[in-house]
Design a protein around this ligand. Sequence first.
Ligand code: NAP
Length: 403
Amino acid sequence: MGLTMDLGDAAFGKRITVLGSTGSVGCSTLDLVARARDSIGVEAFPIEALTAHSNVAELISQARTFKPQLAVIGEPALLDDLREGLAGTGIKAAGGPSALIEAAQRPADWVMAAIVGAAGLAPTYAAIERGAQVALANKECLVCAGELVMALARRSGATLLPADSEHNAIFQVLEQANRDAIEKIILTASGGPFLNMSLDDMAHVTPAQAVAHPNWSMGEKISVDSATMMNKGLEVIEAHYLFGFGADEIEVLIHPQSVVHSMVAYRDGSVLAQLGSPDMRTPIAHTLAWPGRMDAPSERLDLAERGALTFESPDETRFPALRLARNSLQIGRGAPTILNAANEAAVTAFLGGRIGFLDIPRVVEGALDRMNNGRGVADLNALEDVFALDSQAREQAKQLMSA
Ligand SMILES: NC(=O)c1ccc[n+]([C@@H]2O[C@H](COP(=O)([O-])OP(=O)(O)OC[C@H]3O[C@@H](n4cnc5c(N)ncnc54)[C@H](OP(=O)(O)O)[C@@H]3O)[C@@H](O)[C@H]2O)c1
């Protein structure tokens, strides 16, 4: 990187909103913004809105630093604290779920959707509805409402820019002009912290062990999902909606070094891959500067130093979550929504010490079974249908966990 950060023509001056700014992806996004502003000035990335759920102290600190027009706290009881913390700054403060949607509706050119879980669906949907460029980190919103979200993007003309590192990799190497020549896409997975652990040992792992990811520093929920490999299952579903491949055209390959982020295999035998060090600032920068490129501070890949890169097939006996997700995608209808909601409920319970690690896929499978894999579910024609099914699945998961 030179003395002045090069943002490329497409990124400079982009007005941005970060939904979930206090999380891991949100902070990585703001790190790029801070560097650009330090180098170029505040006009590099004017900020429209920042949002958080309950970390009001961090939101106040971010808002004071980045000076958005609006700061939103999802938890309404914390609005007074936010107002107090922003007194005298001229920054508007708001709270509650409708304010999250308002944040997404404001006129930013680019919105980072980095709220975790189905809680991100309504705000992300609002940003897509007004035709923005939306950098999509929040994979759960595609898992629970993929058809609705993609149909909305087609109607509104919104540009969905995959920020998840695997999907960003596919986005970078997928030749749209040769779409028919693609045989399959290959999502790589680190395998998480328990890749080589026996089922007996996995039965006793603690939340602290599960969130200690070997390569990536991420929020708690996605870290647990990586440990169960549900994360890769959610990503198979995400890839289906983003790129239009069927479940049998999406392969998962364990790659513990997390250097090859994903690949596309073409019918002439070519396999195109995107590589980089495991740092979310690279895919985020790609979405921020798209269709150009900008400087990002991620550690440069030194393959000679890095040494061997290894690949192996996933073990769906020890990691059944991947099988459950793939089945849900094949069944379609309400199955992915149920899978996602039951998984969120089970992960929360695991993090709270109420169930064991191996109970997570059991609860998800149990909820899917109890709800006949969503086969009887009527079409999900509106967000309300998704939220109703999501609540039913959480209730089933709750019952299973208290049984
Ligand atoms: N972290 C990664 O490297 C990574 C990579 C690829 C994809 N993703 C995806 O990106 C999303 C965010 O992941 P993350 O690791 O950044 O998560 P995280 O660190 O847990 O951050 C989540 C963000 O969402 C906010 N939030 C949580 N619950 C909310 C609710 N009910 N309503 C409104 N806001 C809420 C949090 O606010 P508070 O801080 O106030 O709780 C925080 O700002 C996930 O969907 C994940 O799968 C993450």
